[in-house]
Design a protein around this ligand. Sequence first.
Ligand code: ADP
Length: 472
Amino acid sequence: MKRFSSLTTFFHSIRFRLVLWFTVILALVLIVFSAFIYYSQARDIRGDAMYRLESKLEAVEATLLGSRNNPVHLQESDVLVLLGADGDVLASQGISSQQEVQVLVKDAQAAQQQNAGEHTGTTITWIANWEGVSGHYIFIVKPISLGGMNGFAILGSPFDPYDLNNRLFFTLLLGSFLTLAIALGGGLWLADRAMRPVHTITQAARTISETDLNRRLNMKSKDELGELANTFDAMLARLQAAFERQRQFVADASHELRTPLTIVNLESSRALASKRSPEEYQRALGVIRSENEFMSHLVSDLLTLARMDAGQMAMEKTPLDLSDLALEAVERLIPLAERKNVRLETGALPEVNILGDRRYLLQMLSNLVENGIKYTGGAEKRVHVETGMDGDSAWVRVCDTGEGIPPEHLPHLFDRFYRVDKVRSRGEDETQGGNGLGLSIVNWIVQAHGGEVRVESAPGAGTTFEVRFKAK
Ligand code: ADP
């Protein structure tokens, strides 16, 4: 059963089909080539035999007329019949029985009649597998004059005395079979060698599992299969990176959830441990609510990012004014700014038309303005929002007077869960709590709109986020 299935696999394999096709094509080429060679040789042999026969008959005629000094000697295998004008057999040589002579005469007459239209009186040849002698014979019948009276001479000799045609036929047949056998064997060997790397790739792919993604094929060859292996390795590297990101994401998310859950657990256990005053219960509930809000925010952001990763965020892009959106985001966040004593102001907000999804762009702007409010500082806490156009690009800037971000943090700012100062951004009131996901959501939304986000910040001099889109 196993042997049967391995045979089926072999017959379905590319190497077998490749070799089969190659052999079939080679066989066709050999057939055409051999047929051509065989046909040309047969034609040459026939031409040669006709020429020999004609010259021999001329010599016979000359001998009969006496115009030849040394009489021609026919070979043993030659057949000669002389006929009078009325078809009487005058003489014959090389044929033993009269009956066979008659058969030959009939054949000659038939050949003459067949060619009567065009060749009356001329030499006519035909080839026959004549019974009187063995093998193929070529005959010629020609009108001759026999000492004053006209008649016919029929002369025949073996068509292919050395059996060249048959020998060539068998040589070609044997040669073709040998060539095909060598091509089949060599082809299978070559195809097997060529396909070996595919086998290696298959084996390697089989052994690679989710936990073993750091395996690589590392094939050095520069051919097509080497290219395939390299592409496969590159794909593995991407998969590994994606898995690693996913793993990190899950680990970070669990870690982020652990702290508020622990706080809620501790607070509620403490409150329930013994009888407390109403103020103490109120404080404990306040902490629980704050942690709960933090977790709701985190879970909602995680859900957003998970949907973004899965490509499930449907964008409905419509023409809209970026300044309108900036104003809306500012208005939404005025209460928060007031609570934190931050002056939230707008600069120039000219009409700036872009194509985008209103809901996502509003979320993006709100995140930036909220960050400004959360992280602004200095003597006069201020967040400034303005929009404008540069050529065909529309921009929105959110500047704050905070203490700024040290340069070494700037490249990581848009990474998930990245926070410059973990203590500062996880403050005691719920508006201060940051989960480090806001800017990665901002970055995703901007990129989904074909735009780019830049940050400029210097310690002590505040931070500016600038987002640019293609204007419509
Ligand atoms: P978070 O929820 O912590 O605010 P973000 O992804 O929005 O997460 O921001 C990542 C980090 O970048 C923040 O924790 C903060 O340290 C820093 N950051 C963001 N915006 C500002 C800003 N306007 N000024 C200073 N630091 C900022």
